[in-house]
Design a protein around this ligand. Structure first.
Ligand SMILES: Cc1ncc(COP(=O)(O)O)c(C=O)c1O
Length: 393
């Protein structure tokens, strides 16, 4: 049968029909350990009792009325987000790319005559034209040019290049605190504070895309909270409603005050069911939960180091956002082999395996992952040089 689904995804030939906690079940009843969380989305796992209950209550009350009317649960969620970030107000949308579109629009309006945003090589900000234009991976632009003007690119983690890129047209700097899609690239500890300083000295906005790093993933509600800085715009989505579509653009006061009714909007943005789930997600991200995320992340990294595989070049990341860089381009093969053995992970390009396990992970899950990963790695060997990778499985 010719497929009716647009073939824009390279899907694995596995179909999950149920999930519970850190486990997924395919249509043949096979159980999998979920170490991907729908790409950093279902942080609290599948069918989380309290989140499901919160969404269900709203599901049975009211689904949608539009943003023409007051919405107390949206206000509650916004209060929680600004209280934690020490920022001012929040725009709700449905996805990461939309949160970034809003950020780009707000920065342009704030900038007045200055319309150009400094973004970074290797970044990923989403697939709509604005966010894609801010994405420093020109291979993703192929076929879709012309990109939006008003973006200039510098290397990630390079303060000097960033400083040198500033001219009279620049209104903002936009970065991910850790580049996710490019392979879990963690910048130097002084990077975000350095960007904040550059922004302050040149009257620019600091926009942080925390769509992947936020909502507890790195062991803080937002990753920038490791560095004692306050950004001007933070974008969030992915884990915010644990799998229901919700995005947020969190603004500082100087951004918020230039936005007027009618400047921006979304029919579905801040959908009541997604917001009910998100209110519960934020409540569940207590200090002890965040500490546990860090503890489990460190444990996983330590156990992987102890495998002492000569295939592994580097392990990096923060909290439960972990990248394992291989010396050879085997990441996809390893991800496939793990999937065959019932463990779901992701990859960034050919060399980096990505682990984004759920926060509710048990001790057993960690040891099971390490056991299967060790056994999968033992089945890979190099006969010689980089082009001779053999998967003996
Ligand atoms: C850092 C970052 N920004 C933006 C996006 C886009 O989010 P969405 O797919 O919800 O539009 C992603 C998705 O992977 C991301 O990792």
């Amino acid at each position: 049968m010719k497929r009716a689904l647009l073939q824009n995804y390279a899907r694995y030939p596995v179909e999950f029909i149920q999930g519970k906690g850190s486990k997924l079940y395919d249509k043949n009843g096979k159980e999998y350990l979920d170490f991907l969380s729908g790409i950093a989305v279902t942080g609290f796992g599948h069918q989380h009792k309290e989140i499901t209950e919160a969404a269900n209550i709203q599901l049975n009350k009211l689904w949608h009325v539009s943003n023409l009317f007051e919405a107390t649960p949206q206000e509650e969620l916004a209060q929680k987000l600004v209280a934690s970030t020490k920022m001012d107000s929040v725009f709700f949308c449905n996805s990461g790319t939309e949160a970034n579109e809003a950020a780009i629009k707000f920065a342009r309006k704030w900038g007045g005559e200055r319309k150009t945003i400094i973004a970074t090589n290797g970044s990923f900000h989403g697939r709509t034209l604005g966010s894609l234009s801010a994405t420093g991976q020109s291979n993703l632009w192929n076929g879709f040019t012309p990109m939006l003007s008003g973006f200039t690119f510098v290397d990630f983690n390079n303060l000097e290049q960033t400083q040198n890129a500033i001219d009279e047209n620049i209104c903002a700097i936009m970065v991910e605190p850790i580049q996710g899609e490019s392979g879990v690239i963690v910048p130097d500890d002084n990077y975000l504070a350095g960007l904040r300083k550059i922004c302050d000295e040149n009257n620019l906005l600091l926009i942080l895309d925390e769509i992947q790093t936020g909502i507890g993933r790195t062991g803080k509600l937002f990753a920038h909270q490791y560095f004692d800085i306050i950004p001007d715009i933070v974008t969030s989505a992915k884990g915010l409603a644990n799998g229901l579509p919700l995005g947020a653009t969190i603004c500082s006061e100087r951004v918020a005050k230039i936005i007027k009714p009618g400047d921006h909007g979304s029919t579905f943005g801040g959908n009541p069911i997604a917001v009910a789930a998100a209110n519960k997600v934020i409540d569940l991200l207590t200090d002890s939960q965040l500490e546990l995320i860090n503890k489990n992340g460190n444990k996983i990294k330590k156990l992987i180091v102890e495998i002492e595989s000569n295939l592994i070049k580097k392990i990096r990341g923060k909290g439960l956002m972990i990248g394992i860089e291989f010396k050879e381009p085997i990441a996809k093969l390893v991800a496939k082999a793990l999937l065959n053995k019932g463990v779901v992970v992701g990859n960034s390009g050919d060399t980096v395996l990505r682990l984004l396990p759920p926060f509710i992970l048990g001790e057993n899950d960690i040891h099971y992952f390490v056991k299967i990963f060790t056994s999968v790695l033992s089945k890979f060997s190099f006969s010689s040089g980089s082009s001779d990778i053999v998967n003996i499985n």
